[in-house]
Design a protein around this ligand. Structure first.
Ligand code: GLA
Length: 423
């Protein structure tokens, strides 16, 4: 049969229409995907492959924050070796706020931050550091300043314009709010604002954030506030704050929930704020072993050599920053001394003997007496056949290998911290 020209033409028309239709379909699918990605945005990935390290104003300065303090702290972090040891974030906690302007945009307190937050961020960035800020999911912060409830997108946009890199997001004055939804809203707002921001959840473990926050933020507080003591509970009447050992005991059952980019946060450090040297060393070692964020909470401008030595011990910090990101587990307890193990990359391990008591103890730990294995990571220590050399990370000595039992003294409220390297 003869093909008529008009047939060809109508065929061409159909082909062209078909092409237009498929281009339109593709464009529609692309638009939908963009919408869907925006609507179900994820947190900014890879900002905390290892636990974040930095400084926060709250533990030492409370509401007395100012741009001068932040600038001097940034300078100190560079000068005292903390930056070189891996600390990166300078975080302003509560009370930096002024009022919202007529359009609802938050302003810093003009008296304490006269140059504004953008200038402060520039100052901190110029020193190779990053700036963090604080807000609250409720109507007011814990210090009674304006919260982000109802202003999440505006606040996230403001932080992005200022050049903020880290947001600690608190949970005061949130009556009627649901934690997961409230934190998701801020995650979406940060994502929409477009500047990568490490999102640090601070709802004190009240709503089991370890169950739902892995894709919401980079860390979540597991407890109420730390108190500057090794073994005590401080009762404020309507709420309590917790000593180092009390916070440690609240981590039971949480290790399986932590890993790269999603950490159990045991709260900011009190190292250098008045505990004894032993206690500061033990406090820091515990946070290191449990892969908690390391956020110093003391005055970096005036600290003692002993405090600097604790905060900047690079071999100790390396245990915290190990790439596997596996939190330590408690292996056994004997006579008030706890023995903890943390699997590390390249088949190495960290070992901590924590003396919870007030008196010195002599420990006698036989690496070969029983099984040392981790059900979670499916790793085990082969102390005799393989054997490991021991390095004491605080004393900077080498107390032998795992072929022989370890006999060592540990002072009250102190630790022995070892690295086991396969031979
Ligand atoms: C809460 C937080 C603290 C601190 C204060 C500020 O208590 O848990 O870490 O941010 O608020 O008011």
């Amino acid at each position: 049969m003869e093909r008529r020209p008009s047939d060809d033409a109508s065929h061409r028309v159909r082909a062209v229409t078909g092409n237009i239709m498929s281009i339109a379909r593709l464009a529609f699918v692309a638009a939908f995907l963009m919408y869907a990605t925006a609507a179900f945005a994820q947190k900014f990935e890879t900002l905390a492959r290892t636990p974040q390290m930095g400084w926060n104003s709250w533990n030492k300065f409370g509401c007395n924050v100012s741009e001068q303090l932040i600038r001097e702290t940034a300078d100190a972090m560079v000068a005292n070796g903390m930056k070189a040891a891996g600390y990166q974030y300078i975080n302003i906690d509560d009370c930096w706020h002024g009022e919202r302007d007529a359009r609802g945009f938050i302003q810093p307190n003009k008296e304490h931050f006269p140059s504004g937050m953008k200038a402060l961020a520039d100052y901190v960035h110029a020193r190779g550091l990053k700036l963090g800020i604080y807000s609250d999911a409720g109507w007011k912060t814990c210090g009674g300043k304006p919260g982000s409830r109802g202003y999440e997108y505006q606040d996230a946009l403001t932080y992005a314009e200022w050049g903020i890199d880290y947001l600690k997001y608190d949970w005061c004055n949130t009556n009627g709010l649901k934690a997961e939804g409230a934190y998701l809203t801020m995650r979406e707002a940060l994502r929409a604002a477009g500047r990568p921001v490490l999102f640090s959840l601070c709802e004190w473990g009240d709503n089991q954030p370890w169950q739902w926050a892995k894709d919401v933020g980079h860390s979540w507080r597991t407890t109420g506030d730390i108190y500057n003591c090794f073994d005590c509970i401080h009762d404020h009447g309507t709420w309590k704050s917790w000593g180092v050992l009390q916070i440690l005991d609240k981590q039971e059952g949480l290790r399986e929930h932590a890993g790269p980019d999603h950490w159990n946060d045991m709260d900011m450090l009190e190292v250098g704020n008045g505990m004894s040297l032993n206690e500061d060393r033990a406090h820091f070692s515990i946070w290191v072993m449990l892969a908690s964020p390391l956020i110093a909470g003391n005055d970096l401008r005036t600290m003692s050599r002993d405090t600097i030595a604790i905060l900047t011990n690079k071999q100790v910090i390396a245990i915290n920053q190990d790439s596997l990101g596996i939190q330590a587990f408690r292996h056994s307890v004997l006579d008030g001394v706890e023995f903890w193990f943390k699997p590390l990359e390249n088949g190495a391990w960290a070992f901590m003997a924590l003396n919870r008591t007030n008196e010195s103890r002599t420990i006698n730990f036989d690496w070969n007496a029983g099984n040392i294995s981790d059900n979670l990571s499916k790793r085990a220590i082969d102390a005799y056949e393989r054997g490991y050399t021991l390095q004491d990370l605080w004393r900077k000595s080498s107390p032998g290998t795992t072929r022989k039992p370890l006999v060592a003294g540990v002072a009250g409220h102190d630790v022995l911290l070892l690295k086991l390297t396969p031979r």
